[in-house]
Ligand binder design. Structure first.
Ligand SMILES: [Zn+2]
Length: 289
């Protein structure tokens, strides 16, 4: 090995910064390469070149929220598939799979396709998202479209203000939505409620909370207890919605979670709705809260 610039034969390994281009955009990476001790010129052989291409591709993916080569390979291996089987499963050429698992960056559409076919939680959320989009406002949604953003920020609000378990949080969601409907004729989040053994609960509450956890909004600190990882974005709510939240918080601070838990079981909407049915927001007018 001889330096191309100064003929020196002494090299040492160093982390060197490069600014290669990926899809026409420059990315910054640092990779270990042999560097001439005399003039500091890096020795970029084919091994270093491969390392550079992979690092550049992964940096580009990371910055844009795309799956990395490693994540794609892990998805494939979790399904127990060879690259050839995986290619057939995705209806994509085997060469693409090989390249994605090294240094070729998939585009955003392909990235979503891989997730939908490999990540059950992602596919489930996508499924729910379609259902929500098709759920026309009705008495069961409190006369509005479901808003994941509203639900998320009510959840953040509750999780940051109380230390209740999901068992109680579900009831607090119920009271906020029904209280808002009683005041304004519309729910606050558009979520539907079902009467479970333990009281009224947001439909798909587990999936909803899983979504929030996956999105990094909350984390489960012990079974069924969460911690908010960011402040709720109250700018999302209009004045009437904020008033409902304030009004509810006053009641909660005075009466506590256990009281509201018990009260939720006495609510007419809960008592008169049969299992497997949604609780109509028409019962908001009968709210005992
Ligand atoms: Zn040199």
């Amino acid at each position: 090995m001889k330096c191309l610039k100064c003929d020196c034969e002494k090299f040492k390994e160093k982390n060197v910064h490069f600014n290669p281009e990926v899809k026409g955009e420059e990315v910054k990476v640092a990779i270990p390469v042999w560097v001439c001790t005399a003039c500091a010129t890096p020795w970029v052989d084919s091994t270093a070149m491969n390392r550079l291409r992979r690092a550049a591709a992964n940096r580009y993916r990371h910055e844009r929220g795309l799956l990395t080569a490693e994540q794609i390979r892990m998805f494939r291996e979790a399904l127990g598939m060879s690259q050839a089987t995986f290619a057939r499963y995705l209806h994509i050429g085997e060469a693409s799979i090989k390249r994605w698992e090294t240094y070729y960056v998939q585009d955003a559409g392909q990235d979503e396709h891989i997730r939908l076919k490999c990540d059950a939680a992602y596919a489930e959320q996508n499924f729910l998202d379609i259902c929500w989009k098709k759920q026309v406002p009705s008495e069961f949604s409190g006369n509005r479209w479901f808003s994941l953003q509203h639900f998320k920020n009510v959840a953040l609000y509750l999780v940051s203000k109380t230390e209740e378990s999901i068992l109680i949080l579900n009831k607090l969601h119920f009271f906020i939505d029904f209280l808002h409907c009683k005041r304004t004729g519309e729910s606050l989040t558009g979520v539907r409620y079902i009467p479970l053994k333990y009281g009224p609960c947001p439909d798909q509450y587990k999936t909803l909370y899983d979504c929030l956890e996956k999105a990094g909004a909350i984390e489960e600190v012990k079974p069924n207890h969460y911690r908010a990882k960011s402040e709720p974005d109250l700018s999302l709510f209009d004045n009437e919605e904020l008033e409902t939240l304030e009004q509810f918080t006053k009641i909660y601070n005075k009466k506590g979670g256990d009281f509201l838990y018990n009260l939720s079981h006495k609510e007419k909407g809960f008592e008169e709705t049969t299992e497997c049915d949604y609780i109509s927001y028409d019962y908001a007018k009968d709210l005992l809260l």
